[in-house]
Ligand binder design. Structure first.
Ligand code: PAP
Length: 333
C-alpha cells in the first residue's frame, strides 16, 4: 500500500486530486495518538496522519543541493536547540542589527519539510532560498528523499536523546495542547509499542546511527546529553562538520561562547518571541522550552515504567554500538 501511495504521487501532476489521495491514504494502517488525527503507518514509520501528504510531496519533489545542511531529529530530542546553534554557527559572519533569534522562533528560522515547506502539498521552488540552505525534518533516514541520499556533498546533522527523557518531554508537550489529557503510562505504552509519532524511536535513531557509521562525512550523529556536557566541544564539532570550522582568531575572540550564550536554554526561554505565539500553527512556542535537563525522567517515571522502557531499548539497540547517558551518572548499557 505504501508503494501505491508513492506511485500515486509520482504519476500525478501538481494538481493532485485530493479525494483520490485521501482514499489511498485511508487504506494505510492507523493508530490513535495524543496528536489530533492519530498516526498512520507508512514506510514502517508511524507518521502523524495529517503530515502524510506533505511527506510524500517532499519525497517526490525535493531536490538536494551540494551545500544543503539538513537537520534531523526524533521528536523531543533537542531540535529547537540544534536549530538555534546551526543557524548561529552558519550565519556568524552576517552583520545583523540584532541577532535574528532575539525576535524570531528557531522553528521559523529553520523551516521543516513536512510542517512548513510542503505542508500544503503543492509544488515549491526552493531554488531561490539563499545558500547554504538550512532545513529540518523529523522524517526517518530510510524515508528521506532519494535526492538527499544521492547528493554526495549535502550534509545531515542528527540529534538524538535518551529515551526516558524523550518520553517525559513528549508527555509534557502533549498535555500542553488544549483539551489534552494523556497519562505517563499511556505515553510509555505507546512508546514501547513503537507507535509514538515518527516512531518506532529505535528505528529512527538506528537509521541515522548506522548511516553516520557508514558515511561519517555525510551524517553527523549528536547526542543531547553530550551537548549538555560539553556544549563548547560539540559546537566546534558541528562547525567542522558543516565545513565552517571556527578559526583560532574566532576562538580567542570568544565567538563560540557568544553563540552558546545566545542559544542557551535560559536565554531562549526568556525571550518574548518564545513565550508567546504559535508554530505550525497549533503549538504554543513556550511548549518547546520546558526544563532542558538530562535525567528529569527520575522525577516522573516509576521503577516499573523505567524497567519496561529499558528492556525494550536494550533489546532493540543490542549490537548496534549505540547507547545513551541517562543522567549525570548512568549509562544505558
Ligand atoms: P520537537 O521535537 O517538538 O521539535 P525538541 O526541540 O526536539 O522538540 O525537544 C524539546 C526539548 O528540548 C525540551 O526538553 P524538556 O521537555 O526535557 O525540557 C526543551 O526544553 C529542550 N530545549 C529547548 N531548547 C533548548 C536549549 N536551548 N537547550 C537545551 N534544551 C533545550
Amino acid at each position: 500500500m505504501a508503494e501505491e501511495v508513492t506511485q500515486y504521487f509520482s504519476n500525478s501532476s501538481s494538481n493532485n486530486d485530493d479525494k483520490s489521495l485521501e482514499l489511498v491514504i485511508s487504506q494505510l494502517p492507523k493508530a490513535s495518538s495524543w496528536l489530533k488525527g492519530g498516526v498512520t503507518l507508512y514506510q514502517n514509520c508511524w507518521f502523524p496522519s495529517i503530515n502524510i501528504p506533505s511527506i510524500i510531496t517532499f519525497q517526490n519533489q525535493f531536490k538536494a543541493k551540494d551545500d544543503d545542511i539538513i537537520m534531523a531529529s526524533s521528536p523531543k530530542s533537542g531540535a529547537t536547540w540544534l536549530k538555534s546553534l546551526l543557524f548561529s554557527i552558519l550565519n556568524r559572519n552576517q552583520h545583523y542589527n540584532q541577532h535574528p533569534l532575539l525576535t524570531t522562533s528557531p522553528h521559523h528560522l529553520v523551516p521543516s519539510f513536512e510542517l512548513t515547506i510542503y505542508s500544503d502539498h503543492k509544488l515549491h521552488d526552493l531554488s531561490t532560498m539563499s545558500s547554504p540552505r538550512l532545513l529540518w525534518t523529523h522524517i526517518p533516514y530510510a524515508s528521506l528523499s532519494d535526492s538527499i541520499e544521492h547528493c554526495s556533498e549535502s550534509r545531515i546533522v542528527y540529534v538524538s536523546r535518551n529515551p526516558l527523557d524523550v518520553i517525559v518531554s513528549m508527555w509534557y508537550f502533549a498535555n500542553g495542547v488544549p483539551e489534552q489529557e494523556w497519562t505517563i503510562e499511556d505515553c510509555v505504552d505507546e512508546f514501547c509499542r513503537g507507535q509514538n509519532i515518527f516512531g518506532p524511536y529505535w528505528d529512527h535513531v538506528l537509521g541515522y546511527w548506522k548511516a553516520s557509521l557508514e558515511k561519517p562525512e555525510k551524517v553527523l550523529f549528536l547526542k543531547y546529553e553530550e551537548m549538555k556536557e560539553d556544549t563548547f566541544g560539540q559546537a566546534k564539532r558541528i562547525a567542522e562538520f558543516i565545513g565552517l570550522p571556527f578559526s583560532q582568531e574566532e576562538e580567542s575572540d570568544g565567538v563560540i561562547e557568544q553563540i552558546l550564550e545566545m542559544c542557551s536554554f535560559s536565554k531562549l526561554k526568556d525571550l518574548d518571541v518564545n513565550k508567546h505565539g504559535q508554530v505550525w500553527p497549533t503549538f504554543d512556542n513556550k511548549l518547546f522550552f520546558r526544563k532542558g535537563q538530562v535525567g528529569d525522567w527520575k522525577n516522573h517515571l516509576t521503577p516499573s515504567l523505567v524497567e519496561r522502557v529499558s528492556k525494550v531499548i536494550k533489546e532493540k539497540l543490542s549490537g548496534s554500538g549505540l547507547s545513551f547517558k541517562m543522567s549525570e551518572l548512568d549509562f544505558l548499557a
